[in-house]
Ligand binder design. Structure first.
Ligand code: GDP
Ligand code: GDP
Length: 450
C-alpha cells in the first residue's frame, strides 16, 4: 500500500512476520550453487532456466526443521566491479545489507585465498551473524583442513560436502541459530469457521442482512461443542458451511447517534474488523457514499483484512440513481477497486445468495501465495518493460522480491534505492493484473540497500 511506504517496515499489520533471509557469499567455484541446491533440496533448481532472471538474483525458499527461510545467492551481482576481489567484496556488501545472516563458503581443499581474505575483512566488521562453511570436505580425511579455518575469526567452521551432503545437517542447524526467530504465520484457528464482520453506518441494513442470512439456520453458540465463541458472535450456516459473524450484538443493538455513542460505535467497528478475516461493508445504495464509509474502508485496509462491498436497499434504486452511483463508485471507491461488489435487498433477500461466492473470492485473494520463482519472473519482466524513472541522477531498481506472508499478501522488495510511491502503485497494479488478488489489500515493503 502506498500509504505505508513511508512507515518503518515493522509498522505493517501483523508485525514483521516475514521469512528471514540468508545470503550466500564466496568466490566462484567454491560450490555455492551446489550448496544452494543442497539446502533447498533441489526443489527450485529449474528457476535457472527462467529467461530474464539470472540465477544469482533469484531467492529460493528453504526450510529446515520446520523453519522457513529464504536463500539468496549473491554471486555475480556486481557488473561494475573490475577484478574478482572487488566483485566478491561487492557481493559481501550486498549480502550484509540485505540479509539477516550470511553463509560464507570457502573451498577447504584449496584453502584461503586473497579474495577470501577480502570478504573476511568485510564480514568481520559487519554485525551480521556469519556461518562459515568449509566446502568440499568429502571425507573424514580432509576434515582437518577445515579446522584450520578457526583462525579466520569467524567462529566455528562447518565442514561440508555440498556434493554428497556430508555435514550439511550441522551447518543447517548453525544457520537456523544465526537467523532471527520468526513467529509462525498467524494460523489462528486453522480450519475453524471463517470470521466475518458486517460493518457500515447506522441504518444501512446490517441487522436486516444478518437476520436474512441467519434465518432459521441460526446456531446457538452454546450448543456448538468444542468451540470457544465470543458471546457477541454468532455462528451461521451459509452455503453448507459454518461462518462466524463477529460482534453481532453490536449490529443488533440500536446505536444512538449522539457523538459519544458514535465514538464507541466506530471503536466497536474497528475491533470487529480486527477480529475478522473478511469485512462486509454494507452501504445504503440510495445514499451518497460518505466520509464515514470511506473511513471504515480505510480501517479495513489498514487492518489488512479481505473486503466485500454490499450495496443494500437495491429495491429503492432507480435508473437515474444507478447511473449516478456508478460514477460515485469510480470516484469514492478508487482505493478499493479490487473489492468484490454485490447489490442486494436485505429486506426481501434478493441476491443475498451472492454474498458467499463474493466472500470466497475475497478470502481466496487474501490467502494467495505467489511462488518465489513466478514472482521474480514477473518482477524481472516488469522492470525490463517499465524501469523506474531516474531521480536526481539515480535510478532505483527492484533487485528481487519475495512474498513474506499471506492474509494479507505481503511482499518484500529488495531494491537499490528507494522506489517512488507512484512506482509502488504501478507494481501493485501489475501484481493484481497478473495474479488477481481480488478482495484483498496488498502490502509492499521495501528493503533498499544503500
Ligand atoms: P559456485 O561457482 O561457487 O556456485 O560453485 P559450483 O556450485 O558451481 O561448484 C563448482 C564446482 O565444484 C563444481 O564442479 C561442483 O561439482 C564442485 N563441487 C561443489 N561442491 C563440492 C563438494 O562438496 N565436493 C567436491 N568434491 N566438489 C564440489
Ligand atoms: P442497521 O442499523 O444497519 O442494522 O440497519 P437495519 O437493518 O436496522 O435497517 C435500517 C432500516 O432500513 C430498517 O427500517 C430496515 O427495514 C430498512 N432496510 C434494511 N434493508 C433494506 C432493504 O433492502 N430495502 C429497504 N427498502 N429497506 C431496508
Amino acid at each position: 500500500m502506498t500509504e505505508q511506504s513511508d512507515q518503518p517496515l515493522d509498522a505493517t499489520p501483523g508485525g514483521d512476520a516475514r521469512v528471514p533471509v540468508l545470503a550466500i557469499v564466496g568466490r566462484p567455484n567454491v560450490g555455492k550453487s551446489t550448496l544452494v541446491n543442497r539446502i533447498i533440496g533441489r526443489r527450485e533448481a529449474v528457476v535457472e532456466d527462467v529467461p530474464g532472471v539470472t540465477r544469482d538474483r533469484v531467492p529460493y525458499e528453504a526450510s529446515w526443521n520446520g523453519r522457513a527461510f529464504t536463500v539468496v545467492d549473491t554471486g555475480g551481482w556486481d557488473p561494475d566491479a573490475r577484478g574478482m576481489a572487488q566483485r566478491i567484496a561487492g557481493q559481501a556488501e550486498i549480502a550484509i545489507s540485505l540479509a539477516d545472516a550470511v553463509l560464507f563458503v570457502v573451498d577447504a581443499a584449496v584453502g584461503i585465498t586473497d579474495a577470501d581474505e577480502a570478504v573476511v575483512r568485510i564480514l568481520r566488521k559487519a554485525d551480521k551473524p556469519v556461518v562459515l562453511a568449509a566446502n568440499k570436505v568429502d571425507d573424514a580425511r580432509t576434515e582437518a583442513e577445515a579446522y584450520s579455518l578457526w583462525n579466520l575469526g569467524l567462529g566455528e567452521p562447518y565442514p561440508v560436502s555440498a556434493l554428497h551432503g556430508r555435514g550439511s545437517g550441522d551447518m543447517l542447524d548453525a544457520i537456523l541459530k544465526a537467523l532471527p526467530e520468526t513467529p509462525p504465520e498467524s494460523e489462528a484457528e486453522v480450519g475453524g469457521p471463517r470470521r466475518i464482520a458486517i460493518v457500515g453506518r447506522p441504518n444501512v441494513g446490517k441487522s436486516s442482512l444478518l437476520n436474512k442470512l441467519a434465518g432459521e439456520d441460526r446456531v446457538v453458540v452454546d450448543n456448538v461443542a468444542g468451540t470457544t465463541v465470543d458471546p457477541v458472535d454468532e455462528l451461521v450456516e451459509l452455503g453448507g458451511r459454518t461462518w462466524r459473524f463477529i460482534d453481532t450484538a453490536g449490529i443488533r443493538k440500536r446505536v444512538k447517534s449522539a457523538s459519544g455513542h458514535e465514538y464507541y460505535a466506530s471503536l466497536r467497528t474497528a475491533t470487529a474488523i480486527d477480529r475478522a478475516e473478511v469485512a462486509v461493508l454494507v452501504l445504503d445504495a440510495q445514499q451518497n457514499i460518505s466520509e464515514q464509509d470511506v473511513r471504515i474502508l480505510q480501517t479495513v485496509r489498514e487492518a489488512g483484512r479481505a473486503l466485500v462491498i454490499a450495496f443494500n436497499k437495491w429495491d429503492l434504486v432507480d435508473e437515474e440513481r444507478r447511473h449516478y452511483l456508478e460514477r460515485e463508485i469510480e470516484r469514492e471507491l478508487v482505493q478499493v477497486q479490487w473489492a468484490p461488489r454485490i447489490n442486494v435487498t436485505a429486506r426481501t433477500g434478493w441476491h443475498i445468495d451472492r454474498l458467499v461466492p463474493a466472500l470466497d473470492r475475497a478470502l481466496e485473494g487474501w490467502e494467495t501465495r505467489i511462488g518465489t520463482g513466478a514472482l521474480n519472473t514477473f518482477l524481472g519482466r516488469l522492470v525490463a518493460e517499465h524501469p523506474h524513472p531516474v531521480r536526481s541522477g539515480k535510478q532505483p531498481k527492484v533487485l528481487f522480491g519475495t512474498q513474506a506472508t499471506t492474509a494479507p499478501p505481503t511482499f518484500i522488495l529488495f531494491t537499490s534505492g528507494k522506489l517512488d510511491a507512484a512506482y509502488e502503485r504501478y507494481i501493485e497494479r501489475r501484481l493484481r493484473e497478473e495474479f488477481g488478488f481480488i478482495g484483498t489489500p496488498i502490502i509492499l515493503q521495501q528493503r533498499p540497500r544503500e
